[in-house]
Design a protein around this ligand. Structure first.
Ligand code: FES
Length: 129
């Protein structure tokens, strides 16, 4: 009987991942007006932003090895899985690091709402200065 229930759930197209309301605060280059969108839980935050026209850098192709996708999670961070040691190590090189810093390629969207602030500069830009 549990098989029937599983079959029914699998056959129901509405049984999709829950959505998280994502609000990205204005950034002068990447999204001057700010941006609000819904993202599927479990999606990489960097991909959700790229899907929605925010051209955040991702120099290492989203494998957590460059810190150019650094963001500040201003609200909703309590719903996210904690950063692992490798993410923490990369964050040490991020421009404008603070207690709410995360690598958006390491963050899986989760929770009712996330508020994201994009740093003014990326690690690459900071190096050029
Ligand atoms: S894209 Fe390189 S650390 Fe996220």
């Amino acid at each position: 009987m549990s098989t029937d229930a599983a079959d029914t759930a699998a056959a129901t197209p509405k049984a999709a991942a829950p959505l998280t309301h994502v609000r990205v605060l204005p950034h002068p280059e990447l999204c001057p007006e700010g941006k609000v969108f819904e993202a599927k839980a479990g999606r990489k935050l960097v991909d959700a932003m790229l899907d929605n026209g925010i051209e955040i850098e991702h120099a290492c192709e989203k494998v957590g090895a460059c810190a150019t996708c650094h963001v500040h999670v201003r609200e909703g961070g309590q719903f996210l899985a904690a950063a692992d040691e490798e993410e923490e190590d990369q964050l040490d090189d991020a421009w404008g690091l603070d207690a709410q810093s995360r690598l958006s390629c390491c963050v899986r969207v989760k929770g009712p709402e996330l508020v994201i602030e994009l740093p003014r500069f990326t690690r690459n830009h900071a190096r050029e200065r």
